[in-house]
Design a protein around this ligand. Structure first.
Ligand SMILES: Cc1cc2nc3c(=O)[nH]c(=O)nc-3n(C[C@H](O)[C@H](O)[C@H](O)COP(=O)(O)OP(=O)(O)OC[C@H]3O[C@@H](n4cnc5c(N)ncnc54)[C@H](O)[C@@H]3O)c2cc1C
Length: 395
Protein backbone atom coordinates (compact mmCIF):
# COMPACT_ATOMS: atom_id res chain seq x y z
CA UNK A 1 0.00 0.00 0.00
CA UNK A 2 1.22 3.50 -0.81
CA UNK A 3 -0.46 6.91 -0.64
CA UNK A 4 0.82 10.22 -1.99
CA UNK A 5 -0.41 11.83 1.23
CA UNK A 6 -0.81 9.93 4.46
CA UNK A 7 -2.33 11.57 7.53
CA UNK A 8 -2.09 10.10 11.01
CA UNK A 9 -5.02 11.26 13.15
CA UNK A 10 -8.66 11.63 12.17
CA UNK A 11 -9.36 14.83 14.14
CA UNK A 12 -10.06 18.30 12.81
CA UNK A 13 -6.39 18.95 11.95
CA UNK A 14 -6.06 15.73 9.94
CA UNK A 15 -9.38 16.08 8.14
CA UNK A 16 -8.79 19.78 7.34
CA UNK A 17 -5.45 18.81 5.83
CA UNK A 18 -7.05 16.08 3.72
CA UNK A 19 -9.61 18.54 2.35
CA UNK A 20 -6.94 21.16 1.62
CA UNK A 21 -4.79 18.63 -0.25
CA UNK A 22 -7.77 17.63 -2.36
CA UNK A 23 -8.60 21.27 -3.17
CA UNK A 24 -5.08 21.82 -4.53
CA UNK A 25 -4.65 18.43 -6.20
CA UNK A 26 -7.62 16.59 -7.66
CA UNK A 27 -5.71 13.42 -8.54
CA UNK A 28 -3.36 12.42 -5.72
CA UNK A 29 -4.14 9.58 -3.31
CA UNK A 30 -4.95 10.58 0.29
CA UNK A 31 -5.46 8.37 3.33
CA UNK A 32 -6.30 9.27 6.92
CA UNK A 33 -5.63 6.71 9.66
CA UNK A 34 -7.38 7.39 12.96
CA UNK A 35 -7.28 5.09 15.96
CA UNK A 36 -10.74 5.93 17.29
CA UNK A 37 -13.47 3.59 16.05
CA UNK A 38 -15.97 6.38 15.26
CA UNK A 39 -16.75 8.53 12.28
CA UNK A 40 -14.77 11.81 12.40
CA UNK A 41 -16.48 13.98 15.02
CA UNK A 42 -16.26 17.44 16.53
CA UNK A 43 -14.83 17.54 20.04
CA UNK A 44 -16.20 21.02 20.62
CA UNK A 45 -19.75 19.67 20.35
CA UNK A 46 -19.18 16.95 22.95
CA UNK A 47 -20.29 19.14 25.89
CA UNK A 48 -23.65 19.52 24.11
CA UNK A 49 -23.89 15.74 23.83
CA UNK A 50 -23.29 15.47 27.58
CA UNK A 51 -26.09 17.99 28.18
CA UNK A 52 -28.40 16.06 25.89
CA UNK A 53 -28.76 19.06 23.57
CA UNK A 54 -27.41 17.35 20.47
CA UNK A 55 -27.34 13.74 19.42
CA UNK A 56 -24.07 12.05 18.49
CA UNK A 57 -24.92 12.19 14.80
CA UNK A 58 -24.77 15.99 14.87
CA UNK A 59 -21.12 15.86 15.95
CA UNK A 60 -20.03 13.97 12.83
CA UNK A 61 -17.85 16.01 10.49
CA UNK A 62 -18.14 13.76 7.49
CA UNK A 63 -19.42 10.37 6.44
CA UNK A 64 -17.63 7.62 4.54
CA UNK A 65 -19.63 8.33 1.35
CA UNK A 66 -18.65 12.01 1.57
CA UNK A 67 -14.97 11.14 1.94
CA UNK A 68 -15.25 8.56 -0.83
CA UNK A 69 -16.81 11.20 -3.12
CA UNK A 70 -13.63 13.25 -2.66
CA UNK A 71 -11.45 10.16 -3.04
CA UNK A 72 -10.18 10.44 0.51
CA UNK A 73 -9.64 7.10 2.23
CA UNK A 74 -10.59 7.37 5.91
CA UNK A 75 -9.65 4.32 7.96
CA UNK A 76 -10.93 4.45 11.55
CA UNK A 77 -9.72 2.07 14.24
CA UNK A 78 -6.16 1.91 12.81
CA UNK A 79 -3.21 2.77 15.04
CA UNK A 80 0.13 3.78 13.58
CA UNK A 81 2.82 2.18 15.72
CA UNK A 82 5.91 3.68 14.11
CA UNK A 83 7.19 5.92 11.35
CA UNK A 84 10.30 5.33 9.24
CA UNK A 85 11.12 8.61 7.44
CA UNK A 86 14.08 7.04 5.57
CA UNK A 87 11.80 4.42 4.00
CA UNK A 88 8.88 6.89 3.75
CA UNK A 89 6.69 4.29 5.47
CA UNK A 90 4.55 3.80 8.57
CA UNK A 91 3.73 0.58 10.39
CA UNK A 92 0.22 -0.22 11.59
CA UNK A 93 -0.91 -2.28 14.57
CA UNK A 94 -1.94 -5.15 12.27
CA UNK A 95 1.62 -5.44 10.96
CA UNK A 96 0.94 -3.67 7.66
CA UNK A 97 3.55 -1.35 6.20
CA UNK A 98 2.15 1.63 4.29
CA UNK A 99 4.29 3.91 2.14
CA UNK A 100 3.80 7.65 1.77
CA UNK A 101 4.99 10.54 -0.34
CA UNK A 102 4.19 13.17 2.30
CA UNK A 103 3.17 12.48 5.88
CA UNK A 104 1.16 14.59 8.33
CA UNK A 105 1.24 13.88 12.05
CA UNK A 106 -2.04 15.14 13.53
CA UNK A 107 -2.34 12.83 16.51
CA UNK A 108 -3.47 15.34 19.16
CA UNK A 109 -3.36 14.35 22.80
CA UNK A 110 -4.88 12.06 25.38
CA UNK A 111 -5.94 12.92 28.90
CA UNK A 112 -3.29 13.13 31.58
CA UNK A 113 -4.28 10.57 34.19
CA UNK A 114 -4.42 11.39 37.88
CA UNK A 115 -1.84 9.14 39.49
CA UNK A 116 -2.25 8.78 43.24
CA UNK A 117 -2.48 5.74 45.49
CA UNK A 118 -5.97 4.21 45.49
CA UNK A 119 -7.04 5.77 42.17
CA UNK A 120 -7.11 2.31 40.57
CA UNK A 121 -10.30 1.58 42.57
CA UNK A 122 -12.20 4.54 41.09
CA UNK A 123 -14.11 4.98 37.81
CA UNK A 124 -12.58 8.36 37.04
CA UNK A 125 -14.51 10.58 34.58
CA UNK A 126 -12.24 12.15 32.00
CA UNK A 127 -13.44 14.22 29.05
CA UNK A 128 -11.61 14.04 25.74
CA UNK A 129 -13.41 11.61 23.46
CA UNK A 130 -16.86 10.69 22.25
CA UNK A 131 -16.66 7.62 24.48
CA UNK A 132 -16.03 9.89 27.50
CA UNK A 133 -19.01 12.05 26.48
CA UNK A 134 -21.24 8.97 26.33
CA UNK A 135 -20.26 8.02 29.88
CA UNK A 136 -20.96 11.54 31.19
CA UNK A 137 -24.23 11.82 29.26
CA UNK A 138 -25.45 8.54 30.74
CA UNK A 139 -24.78 9.48 34.37
CA UNK A 140 -28.13 9.48 36.17
CA UNK A 141 -29.94 12.63 37.28
CA UNK A 142 -29.72 14.88 34.22
CA UNK A 143 -32.05 17.86 34.56
CA UNK A 144 -32.85 17.13 38.19
CA UNK A 145 -31.54 20.10 40.18
CA UNK A 146 -32.69 18.50 43.44
CA UNK A 147 -30.47 15.58 42.44
CA UNK A 148 -29.27 12.72 44.53
CA UNK A 149 -27.24 14.88 46.88
CA UNK A 150 -24.29 12.57 46.18
CA UNK A 151 -21.12 14.68 46.14
CA UNK A 152 -18.90 15.08 43.10
CA UNK A 153 -15.31 16.30 42.97
CA UNK A 154 -13.43 17.69 39.98
CA UNK A 155 -9.64 17.97 39.88
CA UNK A 156 -8.26 20.79 37.72
CA UNK A 157 -8.83 24.47 37.08
CA UNK A 158 -9.20 24.80 33.30
CA UNK A 159 -11.95 24.44 30.73
CA UNK A 160 -12.31 20.66 30.99
CA UNK A 161 -12.68 21.02 34.77
CA UNK A 162 -15.46 23.55 34.12
CA UNK A 163 -17.17 21.16 31.70
CA UNK A 164 -17.02 18.33 34.22
CA UNK A 165 -18.31 20.56 37.02
CA UNK A 166 -21.24 21.65 34.84
CA UNK A 167 -22.04 18.02 34.00
CA UNK A 168 -22.17 17.09 37.69
CA UNK A 169 -24.09 20.21 38.81
CA UNK A 170 -26.68 19.63 36.07
CA UNK A 171 -27.26 16.22 37.65
CA UNK A 172 -27.96 17.75 41.04
CA UNK A 173 -24.61 16.77 42.57
CA UNK A 174 -23.01 19.16 45.08
CA UNK A 175 -19.63 19.70 43.42
CA UNK A 176 -16.17 20.71 44.64
CA UNK A 177 -13.31 21.73 42.37
CA UNK A 178 -9.80 21.11 43.65
CA UNK A 179 -6.96 23.04 42.01
CA UNK A 180 -3.29 23.67 42.68
CA UNK A 181 -3.05 27.38 41.96
CA UNK A 182 -4.63 30.68 42.98
CA UNK A 183 -7.91 30.16 41.16
CA UNK A 184 -9.81 29.09 38.06
CA UNK A 185 -7.78 29.42 34.84
CA UNK A 186 -4.68 30.55 36.74
CA UNK A 187 -3.20 33.70 35.25
CA UNK A 188 -5.02 33.27 31.92
CA UNK A 189 -7.70 35.62 33.28
CA UNK A 190 -7.24 38.91 35.08
CA UNK A 191 -8.06 38.99 38.82
CA UNK A 192 -11.51 40.62 38.38
CA UNK A 193 -12.46 38.22 35.58
CA UNK A 194 -11.38 35.24 37.62
CA UNK A 195 -13.43 36.48 40.59
CA UNK A 196 -16.45 36.74 38.30
CA UNK A 197 -15.99 33.16 37.05
CA UNK A 198 -15.62 31.84 40.57
CA UNK A 199 -18.68 33.81 41.75
CA UNK A 200 -20.78 32.28 38.96
CA UNK A 201 -19.58 28.81 39.95
CA UNK A 202 -20.23 29.49 43.65
CA UNK A 203 -23.76 30.64 42.80
CA UNK A 204 -24.30 27.15 41.36
CA UNK A 205 -23.10 25.63 44.61
CA UNK A 206 -19.60 24.77 43.41
CA UNK A 207 -16.96 24.94 46.13
CA UNK A 208 -13.51 25.83 44.84
CA UNK A 209 -10.62 24.51 46.91
CA UNK A 210 -7.39 26.30 45.97
CA UNK A 211 -3.72 25.52 46.63
CA UNK A 212 -4.55 21.86 47.06
CA UNK A 213 -3.55 18.56 45.48
CA UNK A 214 -4.83 15.03 45.83
CA UNK A 215 -2.59 12.78 47.91
CA UNK A 216 -4.60 9.55 47.79
CA UNK A 217 -7.99 7.93 47.50
CA UNK A 218 -9.26 6.09 50.58
CA UNK A 219 -12.30 3.94 51.34
CA UNK A 220 -14.12 1.07 49.72
CA UNK A 221 -16.35 0.77 46.65
CA UNK A 222 -19.35 2.47 48.32
CA UNK A 223 -17.71 5.21 50.41
CA UNK A 224 -14.68 6.82 48.86
CA UNK A 225 -12.87 10.02 49.73
CA UNK A 226 -9.93 12.03 48.49
CA UNK A 227 -7.22 12.97 50.93
CA UNK A 228 -5.97 16.43 49.98
CA UNK A 229 -2.58 18.02 50.60
CA UNK A 230 -4.26 20.45 53.03
CA UNK A 231 -5.32 17.47 55.16
CA UNK A 232 -9.01 17.64 54.21
CA UNK A 233 -10.90 14.43 53.39
CA UNK A 234 -13.37 14.99 50.59
CA UNK A 235 -16.01 12.28 50.05
CA UNK A 236 -17.20 11.71 46.49
CA UNK A 237 -19.63 9.63 44.51
CA UNK A 238 -18.26 10.92 41.19
CA UNK A 239 -14.70 12.01 40.46
CA UNK A 240 -13.84 14.05 37.36
CA UNK A 241 -10.29 14.85 36.33
CA UNK A 242 -9.27 17.58 33.87
CA UNK A 243 -5.57 18.20 34.34
CA UNK A 244 -4.41 18.58 30.78
CA UNK A 245 -3.18 16.46 27.89
CA UNK A 246 -0.23 14.23 27.10
CA UNK A 247 0.57 14.61 23.43
CA UNK A 248 0.56 11.48 21.28
CA UNK A 249 4.20 11.39 20.17
CA UNK A 250 5.55 8.21 21.78
CA UNK A 251 5.14 6.21 18.58
CA UNK A 252 7.65 8.60 16.96
CA UNK A 253 10.39 7.90 19.50
CA UNK A 254 12.56 5.86 17.08
CA UNK A 255 11.72 7.90 13.99
CA UNK A 256 14.43 10.52 14.29
CA UNK A 257 11.78 13.27 14.10
CA UNK A 258 12.72 15.98 16.60
CA UNK A 259 10.30 15.98 19.50
CA UNK A 260 9.87 18.12 22.54
CA UNK A 261 6.50 17.91 24.30
CA UNK A 262 5.03 17.83 20.81
CA UNK A 263 6.43 17.49 17.28
CA UNK A 264 8.70 20.45 16.60
CA UNK A 265 7.79 22.23 13.38
CA UNK A 266 8.81 25.42 11.61
CA UNK A 267 6.43 28.11 10.34
CA UNK A 268 5.68 25.89 7.34
CA UNK A 269 4.56 23.16 9.77
CA UNK A 270 7.44 21.03 8.55
CA UNK A 271 9.22 18.74 11.02
CA UNK A 272 12.93 17.98 11.18
CA UNK A 273 12.52 15.10 8.68
CA UNK A 274 11.94 15.44 4.92
CA UNK A 275 8.29 15.27 3.83
CA UNK A 276 6.98 15.02 7.41
CA UNK A 277 4.63 17.72 8.70
CA UNK A 278 2.63 18.16 11.92
CA UNK A 279 -0.51 20.14 12.76
CA UNK A 280 -3.03 20.67 15.53
CA UNK A 281 -2.70 20.00 19.25
CA UNK A 282 0.41 17.84 18.68
CA UNK A 283 2.42 20.49 16.82
CA UNK A 284 4.88 22.67 18.71
CA UNK A 285 6.19 25.78 16.99
CA UNK A 286 7.67 29.17 17.74
CA UNK A 287 5.06 31.90 17.93
CA UNK A 288 6.92 34.81 16.36
CA UNK A 289 4.80 37.34 18.25
CA UNK A 290 6.10 36.15 21.60
CA UNK A 291 9.35 34.52 20.52
CA UNK A 292 8.50 31.32 22.37
CA UNK A 293 7.63 27.77 21.42
CA UNK A 294 3.97 27.03 21.97
CA UNK A 295 1.56 24.11 21.87
CA UNK A 296 -1.91 25.39 21.13
CA UNK A 297 -4.92 23.30 22.14
CA UNK A 298 -7.85 24.87 20.39
CA UNK A 299 -10.14 23.98 17.54
CA UNK A 300 -9.46 26.97 15.31
CA UNK A 301 -5.71 26.45 15.57
CA UNK A 302 -6.03 22.76 14.68
CA UNK A 303 -8.31 23.53 11.73
CA UNK A 304 -6.15 26.38 10.38
CA UNK A 305 -2.90 24.46 10.82
CA UNK A 306 -4.43 21.42 9.12
CA UNK A 307 -5.47 23.56 6.16
CA UNK A 308 -2.07 25.22 5.84
CA UNK A 309 -0.18 21.94 6.24
CA UNK A 310 -2.38 20.22 3.64
CA UNK A 311 -1.91 23.05 1.18
CA UNK A 312 1.86 23.01 1.67
CA UNK A 313 2.01 19.21 1.33
CA UNK A 314 0.24 19.50 -2.00
CA UNK A 315 2.70 22.08 -3.30
CA UNK A 316 1.30 25.36 -1.98
CA UNK A 317 3.30 28.25 -0.61
CA UNK A 318 2.90 30.13 2.65
CA UNK A 319 3.38 29.95 6.39
CA UNK A 320 1.18 29.47 9.42
CA UNK A 321 0.79 32.80 11.17
CA UNK A 322 -2.78 32.86 12.48
CA UNK A 323 -3.97 34.36 15.75
CA UNK A 324 -6.54 31.89 17.00
CA UNK A 325 -9.35 32.40 19.46
CA UNK A 326 -11.27 30.07 21.66
CA UNK A 327 -14.48 30.52 23.65
CA UNK A 328 -16.32 28.53 26.27
CA UNK A 329 -19.18 29.24 28.62
CA UNK A 330 -19.03 28.61 32.33
CA UNK A 331 -22.59 28.20 33.63
CA UNK A 332 -23.71 30.66 30.94
CA UNK A 333 -20.85 33.13 31.41
CA UNK A 334 -18.77 33.53 28.22
CA UNK A 335 -14.99 33.30 28.48
CA UNK A 336 -12.81 34.01 25.44
CA UNK A 337 -9.11 33.65 24.81
CA UNK A 338 -7.24 35.33 21.94
CA UNK A 339 -3.70 34.34 21.04
CA UNK A 340 -0.88 33.32 23.38
CA UNK A 341 -2.62 33.88 26.72
CA UNK A 342 -0.45 31.42 28.61
CA UNK A 343 2.95 32.98 27.95
CA UNK A 344 5.18 34.36 30.67
CA UNK A 345 8.79 35.45 30.65
CA UNK A 346 11.05 38.31 29.61
CA UNK A 347 9.21 41.43 28.56
CA UNK A 348 5.78 39.91 29.28
CA UNK A 349 3.36 41.94 31.39
CA UNK A 350 -0.37 41.69 32.06
CA UNK A 351 -2.87 44.50 32.25
CA UNK A 352 -6.53 44.32 33.23
CA UNK A 353 -9.40 46.50 32.04
CA UNK A 354 -13.17 46.51 32.54
CA UNK A 355 -15.56 47.47 29.79
CA UNK A 356 -19.20 47.30 30.92
CA UNK A 357 -19.88 43.71 31.95
CA UNK A 358 -16.66 42.45 30.33
CA UNK A 359 -13.43 41.87 32.23
CA UNK A 360 -10.45 41.95 29.91
CA UNK A 361 -6.85 41.01 30.47
CA UNK A 362 -4.21 41.92 27.91
CA UNK A 363 -0.85 40.19 27.75
CA UNK A 364 1.85 42.52 26.48
CA UNK A 365 5.35 41.80 25.22
CA UNK A 366 7.55 44.85 25.46
CA UNK A 367 4.44 47.03 25.55
CA UNK A 368 2.67 45.42 22.56
CA UNK A 369 -0.48 43.31 22.83
CA UNK A 370 0.24 39.64 22.12
CA UNK A 371 -2.93 38.11 23.52
CA UNK A 372 -6.06 38.78 25.53
CA UNK A 373 -8.76 37.08 27.52
CA UNK A 374 -12.26 38.26 28.25
CA UNK A 375 -14.82 37.20 30.83
CA UNK A 376 -18.31 38.36 29.83
CA UNK A 377 -19.70 39.56 26.51
CA UNK A 378 -16.77 40.36 24.21
CA UNK A 379 -18.10 43.16 22.01
CA UNK A 380 -14.59 44.19 20.91
CA UNK A 381 -13.41 40.71 19.98
CA UNK A 382 -12.69 41.45 16.31
CA UNK A 383 -10.85 44.63 17.25
CA UNK A 384 -8.73 42.82 19.85
CA UNK A 385 -7.85 40.06 17.37
CA UNK A 386 -6.63 42.77 14.99
CA UNK A 387 -4.58 44.36 17.79
CA UNK A 388 -2.91 41.02 18.49
CA UNK A 389 -2.25 40.40 14.80
CA UNK A 390 -0.70 43.83 14.45
CA UNK A 391 1.15 43.75 17.78
CA UNK A 392 -0.46 47.09 18.59
CA UNK A 393 0.30 49.01 21.76
CA UNK A 394 -2.47 49.20 24.38
CA UNK A 395 -3.97 52.68 24.52
C1 LIG B 1 -14.63 18.15 25.52
C2 LIG B 1 -13.82 19.12 24.72
C3 LIG B 1 -14.35 20.36 24.42
C4 LIG B 1 -13.60 21.27 23.69
N1 LIG B 1 -14.13 22.50 23.42
C5 LIG B 1 -13.41 23.39 22.71
C6 LIG B 1 -13.98 24.66 22.37
O1 LIG B 1 -15.10 24.98 22.75
N2 LIG B 1 -13.22 25.51 21.61
C7 LIG B 1 -11.96 25.17 21.17
O2 LIG B 1 -11.33 25.95 20.49
N3 LIG B 1 -11.41 23.98 21.49
C8 LIG B 1 -12.10 23.09 22.23
N4 LIG B 1 -11.56 21.87 22.52
C9 LIG B 1 -10.19 21.55 22.02
C10 LIG B 1 -10.25 21.09 20.57
O3 LIG B 1 -11.29 20.18 20.41
C11 LIG B 1 -8.90 20.49 20.16
O4 LIG B 1 -7.93 21.50 20.24
C12 LIG B 1 -8.93 19.91 18.75
O5 LIG B 1 -9.96 18.99 18.60
C13 LIG B 1 -7.59 19.26 18.40
O6 LIG B 1 -7.69 18.66 17.15
P1 LIG B 1 -6.53 17.73 16.56
O7 LIG B 1 -7.03 17.28 15.24
O8 LIG B 1 -5.23 18.41 16.67
O9 LIG B 1 -6.42 16.50 17.58
P2 LIG B 1 -7.50 15.42 18.00
O10 LIG B 1 -8.88 15.92 17.87
O11 LIG B 1 -7.06 14.97 19.37
O12 LIG B 1 -7.33 14.24 16.96
C14 LIG B 1 -6.22 13.40 16.95
C15 LIG B 1 -6.67 12.00 16.61
O13 LIG B 1 -5.52 11.19 16.35
C16 LIG B 1 -5.72 9.93 16.94
N5 LIG B 1 -4.41 9.27 17.12
C17 LIG B 1 -3.50 9.50 18.09
N6 LIG B 1 -2.42 8.69 17.93
C18 LIG B 1 -2.66 7.93 16.84
C19 LIG B 1 -1.92 6.91 16.17
N7 LIG B 1 -0.71 6.53 16.59
N8 LIG B 1 -2.49 6.31 15.09
C20 LIG B 1 -3.72 6.71 14.64
N9 LIG B 1 -4.45 7.68 15.24
C21 LIG B 1 -3.93 8.30 16.31
C22 LIG B 1 -6.40 10.29 18.24
O14 LIG B 1 -7.02 9.18 18.85
C23 LIG B 1 -7.41 11.33 17.76
O15 LIG B 1 -8.58 10.72 17.28
C24 LIG B 1 -12.29 20.92 23.25
C25 LIG B 1 -11.75 19.68 23.56
C26 LIG B 1 -12.51 18.77 24.28
C27 LIG B 1 -11.93 17.43 24.60
Amino acid sequence: MHYDHLIIGGGIAGMSAAQAIRVRDGHCSIAVFGNEPHPVYSRVLLPHVVRGRVGEGKTYLGTQPEFAARHITYLPGRTVLSVDPALHAVHLDDGTEVGYGKLLIATGGRVRALQVPGIENVDVRYFQTLDDARVLRDLPGMGNPAGSGAPAVVIGGGFIAVELAMAFVERGMPTSVVLRGDGMFGNLLGPAGRDRVEAVMAAKGVRIIKHAEVREVVGGPHAQALVLSNGEQLPFAELGVGIGLELNVEFLAQSGITLSRGVLVDERLHSSMPDVYAAGDVAEMVDARVGQRRIVGNWQNAMFQGRVAGDLMAGGEGVFDAVTTYSITCFGLPITFVGAVEVTGDGITRESRQSGEAFLQFVLKDGRVVSASCVGPFADRAKVVEMVKAGAPLI
